[in-house]
Design a protein around this ligand. Structure first.
Ligand code: ATP
Length: 317
């Protein structure tokens, strides 16, 4: 095969707790990550030159080496120089549907798709854990994006424990097109404001992060109980993002006041806010109500649902 098309789903954080600073300079995190139906399409083709090329339909997404998909291809070329020499370069086309810099792991899922796509193009036969390990060198969310579904993520977010898949929750996402939140800024500000309460000793750090395994939200996920999950949603980064972005706070409050909403929360470092529902009909209804409550062309609303997979091949030629 010389070409693969892959679906690269976004994720939301059902839970995000910041535990402390790790010796490697990253934050120790405790998260529950969930793949959602909103997805980009990634096409990877072998080309006869030895170059890596990226194309994208979205004007805000760079197509040079700063694109995470480019960096994923470069990593594969460096790790597998013989295959690169044998099969040639790669052209990557990104059909971007996931809002950019939104807290939905758009770049990370594109990188994961390129790892999976090149593994297939170059017939490398890498295992899921080998792909995840390569992904971890590109970004903390990349390993989760490979297999997706529902998972606990600790460490930098790269230590994954799969949970039973949730396929029964509907979601409305709200994102202001012109609003972007930098993930490094959100974590840095959190450290400045709340670093005093961090756990410092390294044994306790991991133990505290792992406590999520026996926490109430994991029980709710195992029970596949949307109402309970929605009651236990949590995101520490709301403490720094909401005060600085009043529009995001307002959107969250508008969601919270609609009938049928089981729970609402900001995803990752924001600014996307999501609300959970038991049925698609309720989700569609609330989308309309929020549109009427906040009359602003800049606000994009999407209805989607939880899904049970990460990167998926849709066709090959
Ligand atoms: P996360 O939830 O993992 O923190 P995010 O959803 O907040 O990520 P992205 O959509 O990945 O953020 O975009 C963050 C920045 O990365 C953007 O400003 C964009 O310029 C850059 N970027 C690089 N590669 C990509 C890509 N393939 N898709 C989207 N953005 C990319």
């Amino acid at each position: 095969m010389r070409s693969y098309s892959l679906i690269a789903p976004a994720k939301i954080n059902l839970y995000l707790e910041i535990i402390g600073d790790r010796p490697d300079g990253y934050h120790e995190l405790s998260m529950i990550l969930q793949s959602i139906g909103l997805a980009d399409q990634i096409d990877v083709h072998s080309i006869s030159t030895d170059s890596i090329r990226v194309r994208c339909n979205h004007p805000q997404v760079p197509t040079d080496k700063s694109n995470l998909a480019y960096r994923a291809a470069e990593l594969m070329a460096m790790q597998f120089p013989q295959a690169f020499a044998q099969y040639g370069g790669v052209e990557i086309s990104i059909n971007k549907q996931i809002p950019v810099a939104a807290g939905l792991a758009g770049g990370s899922t594109n990188a994961a798709a390129v790892l999976v796509g090149i593994d297939l193009l170059w017939k490398l036969g890498l295992t899921q854990s080998e792909l995840e390990e390569l992904g971890g060198t590109l970004g903390s969310d990349v390993p989760f994006c490979v297999a997706g579904g529902t998972a606990i993520a600790t460490g930098r977010g790269d230590q994954l424990s799969p949970l039973p898949s949730l396929d029964n929750i509907y979601i409305v996402l709200g994102k202001y097109r012109s609003l972007e939140v930098s993930t490094p800024w959100a974590y840095k500000t959190y450290r400045e404001q709340f670093g005093d309460s961090y756990i410092r000793d390294s044994d306790n750090l991991a133990a505290r992060a792992n406590a999520v395994h026996s926490g109430a939200i994991v029980k709710a996920v195992v029970d596949k109980n949307p109402g309970e999950i929605a009651q236990k949603l949590h995101n520490d980064l709301e403490r720094v993002v909401l005060p600085v972005y009043p529009q995001v706070l307002e959107l969250r409050e508008v969601f919270a006041n609609q009938e049928g909403v089981l729970g609402t929360m900001m995803s990752g470092s924001g600014p996307t806010v999501f609300a959970l529902f038991e049925s698609q009909q309720e989700a569609e209804q609330v989308k309309l109500q929020v549109k009427e409550a906040i009359i602003d062309e800049d606000l994009e609303l999407f209805v989607t649902r939880t899904i049970t997979h990460g990167i998926k091949v849709v066709s090959s030629v």
